[in-house]
Design a protein around this ligand. Structure first.
Ligand code: NDP
Length: 314
């Protein structure tokens, strides 16, 4: 029987998500990797319960979190059901649809058909009546943006999601999406872009737009999938993300000066007496318009180190 730490809400700060009434923890936990069927279920469970004990109330999923697609939602649903069912009202659970999920013309993209059927599937996998945030995972140039936003509005009006979000939308599309959602009466709660010391694209107008509009911003891959830690300084260690089959972390996708930058940041972290991961997290949080930093973790020790970053503001 799991009993949560009674002191959990004194351990972490919560930031207001834009101008909404929702607050998110400064660190949220993402289940993209490390929570699939290929991973050790007990280890995944320990990470999630450690997060909750630390005051992390927000868990981020998507239909195709993996491997295989859907398994992170299924495993999370099991943990929710077995350990956290009494705490549903203390949790912000998000899911998304937009990338490849099932075969045929309706299992990818941002059509109304795909988004709403995928949301139904996600709810079944997690044994939930509703998710807190339902995201359009990406802008899809093949679908009118009105159709995608209409699907988010329907998801909220049907009670299957409490809030609507968008992810990976470039600033001009985020602007259009937010305007349509506002006109439908379902404001855009949050945007989820990639943002880290190694990927600063959101500084080209997106963060300004979100701040001005009062839309929250949760930054994904703040550690650049592990690059902003010391783990790859001397090659690719066994068991690391870069060593996985079909890895999503390929060094050749980063500019050639990446490792020079990482060494520079590592030196700065050392001067401050913190780890590179902690520097990278506190750096993202230096901007008050960032609501939360969405980290991944393959062990409790990593999550613990990452949460400790909150004691060392940038
Ligand atoms: P991070 O940049 O935080 O990378 C997480 C990985 O870095 C871990 O799995 C681990 O890799 C390594 N790591 C984490 N902490 C430490 C540490 N202290 N020391 C050493 N290594 C560490 O984030 P992710 O790329 O995992 O993304 C986080 C979340 O963001 C996802 O789970 C998902 O919810 C969301 N996301 C959203 C996307 C979108 O399109 N909206 C796209 C991608 C992510 P290792 O396995 O090597 O130990």
């Amino acid at each position: 029987m799991y009993t949560p730490d009674k002191a959990r809400y004194g351990k972490i700060n919560y930031r207001k998500c834009g101008k909404s009434g929702i607050k998110l923890p400064e660190i949220s936990l993402g289940l993209w990797q490390n929570f699939g069927d290929v991973d050790d279920f007990q280890k995944s469970r320990e990470i999630i319960l450690y997060a909750f004990d630390s005051g992390i109330t927000h868990f981020d999923l998507a239909n195709n979190y993996e491997p295989p697609f859907g398994s992170a939602e299924r495993n999370f649903g099991r943990i929710l059901h077995n350990d956290l069912s009494d705490y549903r009202d203390e949790l912000i659970i998000s899911t998304k649809a937009g990338y490849n999920m099932w075969e045929g013309p309706y299992g990818n993209g941002s059509s109304r058909k795909y988004l709403l059927s995928s949301l139904d599937q996600s709810l079944k996998r997690m044994h939930l009546d509703y998710v807190d945030i339902f995201y359009s995972h990406r802008y899809d140039p093949e679908t009118p943006i009105e159709e995608t936003m209409g699907a988010l509005d329907t998801a909220v009006r049907s009670g299957k999601a409490l809030y609507a979000g968008i992810s990976n939308y470039p600033v001009e599309k985020a602007r259009e999406a937010a305007a349509i959602l506002k006109s439908l009466g379902t404001p855009c709660l949050i945007h989820q872009p990639k943002y880290s010391m190694l990927w600063r694209e959101p500084e080209n107008g997106l963060i300004d737009f979100l701040g001005d509009e009062g839309i929250g911003c949760i930054a994904f891959s703040p550690l650049a999938q592990g690059m902003l830690t010391n783990k790859y300084a001397a090659g690719i260690p066994q068991g690391s993300r870069a060593a996985r089959d079909n890895t999503t972390l390929r060094f050749e996708n980063f500019p050639p000066d990446t490792f020079d930058k990482i060494r520079e940041y590592a030196t700065e972290a050392e001067k401050r007496g913190i780890s590179l991961a902690q520097l990278a997290i506190s750096w993202v949080l230096r901007d008050a318009r960032i609501t939360s930093v969405l980290v991944g973790a393959s062990s409790v020790a990593q999550l613990k180190e990452n949460i400790e970053a909150l004691n060392h503001p940038y």
